[in-house]
Ligand binder design. Structure first.
Ligand code: GLU
Length: 421
């Protein structure tokens, strides 16, 4: 059984490996020591305690965070996760990754991230609402449509965004749809936002498959995680004629070399993405990752592919739809074995790209069709992939380092030209 200390250690090491890769990438960009000192940590980190009146009348106090990595390019932007294992180190690392995503895709943002240590599966809707509103009250000084713009992340959704937007609007005494993205359509959400992370993964997966000479039609794909990204992705891949041979949720995994019946599984999943408990022949998540396939897509949580299982991964392409699924050591092993890695900061950027579209639409009060949104997303991610791929060839570095070089470039220029370093 993993203990809390194990989780904290793993997350600390994710943060450290992020700092290491920033240092390495800055080496290629001519960044000096001061630039590294500035970028290795978020500029701001707020820890809050949120008292929530539970349905039984007792009060529970939750811990939350909001980290803002760097706002030299523009306001910070990034999701809020609700999860029992949220730590300060994790939120800090995630805020840095958001900077890289925005840099790669050319959005006028720096990175931000928030989280609350809680188990939303154990809370009622009313408790969830009070917690969401309490969090916004606690961080309201730090955030805003031109300062830091939150969004959904693990176990948060458009309903939670709606409560948060409403609370912020109450505090500011005017409608503030641009304060948060991932809202329901009726409150100024964007067409296509809900499935945008998975759309983005589908685009970069297709580009990677082209480079590796694999046809998506008929390709055997394993998708770990059946939450927002994993479920939409399985659907899109199934519709594109890929053979989705494996899927999983927090409790187990299903694998069938003949391909799974994705429409049926989507129909049976609950709102947290749980479905494997309905089957007797499920295997573990760890077993799933090493099954035969052409393309592996971790779309769940961090630290899934490690030096222990990396030698046994069968996939030729690894597309990281989750944030931080692969450790630094595992990246080395897989790169050596010739696996094409599409790193998280590129593969999962579709969500924030469409969040940016949502924010632009809120600012101009003029809304686009889903076709328009998808067309723009397609263009940005195809270009982003090509840029990261080409940089990895030109500089003879792996795709992860290449993504950091591309993603940090503009921020390095911005901090210099502002006179910060
Ligand atoms: N939580 C998503 C991410 O990690 C989306 C962030 C956003 O839309 O701002 O990229």
């Amino acid at each position: 059984m993993a203990t809390i200390v194990d989780h904290e250690k793993k997350k600390a090491s994710l943060f450290e490996s992020t700092q290491n890769i920033i240092k390495e990438a800055l080496g290629y960009l001519g960044g000096d020591t001061a630039t590294y000192e500035l970028m290795k940590e978020p500029l701001r980190l707020l820890t809050v305690r949120i008292p929530v009146r539970m349905d039984d009348g007792t009060v529970q106090v939750f811990t939350g965070y909001r980290a803002q990595h760097n706002d030299a390019v523009g306001p910070t932007k990034g999701g809020i996760r609700f999860h029992p294992d949220v730590t300060e180190e994790e939120v800090k690392a995630l805020s840095i990754w958001m900077s890289i995503k925005s840099g790669i895709t050319g959005l006028p943002y720096g990175g931000g991230k928030g989280g609350i240590q809680c188990d939303p599966r154990a809370l009622s809707m009313r408790e969830l609402e009070r917690l969401s509103r309490g969090y916004v009250r606690a961080i309201s000084q730090l955030v805003g449509p031109t300062k830091d713009i939150p969004a959904p992340d693990v176990f948060t959704n458009s309903q939670i965004m709606a409560w948060m937007m409403d609370e912020y609007s109450e505090i500011r005494e005017f409608e503030s749809p641009g304060f948060i993205t991932g809202k329901p359509l009726v409150l100024g959400g964007s067409a296509g936002r809900e499935s945008s992370t998975a759309k983005g993964v589908t685009i970069v997966l297709r580009e990677a498959a082209k480079r590796a000479g694999i046809s998506v039609e008929g390709a055997r794909v394993i998708v770990q995680g059946f939450g927002n990204a994993g479920s939409f992705l399985s659907k899109f891949l199934y519709e594109a004629g890929a053979k989705v041979v494996g899927i999983s949720d927090a409790y187990g995994a299903l694998y069938d070399p003949q391909g799974l019946d994705i429409p049926y599984l989507l129909d049976r999943r609950d709102s947290f993405g749980t479905v494997t408990n309905l089957f007797k022949n499920s295997i573990s998540n760890q077993e799933l990752l090493v099954q035969e396939c052409d393309i592996l897509v971790p779309a769940a949580i961090e630290n899934q592919i490690t030096e222990q299982n990396a030698p046994d991964i069968k996939a030729k392409i690894l597309v990281e739809a989750a944030n931080g699924p692969t450790t630094a050591k595992a990246t080395e092993i897989l790169t050596e074995r010739g696996v094409l890695i599409v790193p998280d900061v590129l593969a999962s950027a579709g969500g924030v790209v469409v969040s940016y579209f949502e924010w632009v639409q809120n600012n101009q009060g003029y809304y686009w069709s889903e076709e328009e949104v998808n067309e723009k997303l397609e263009k940005i991610l195809t270009q982003s992939f090509q840029q990261v791929y080409q940089t990895s060839i030109d500089k003879k570095v792996n795709m992860r380092l290449s993504a950091y070089i591309v993603g940090l470039k503009r921020m390095v220029e911005a901090v210099k030209i502002r006179g910060w370093v």
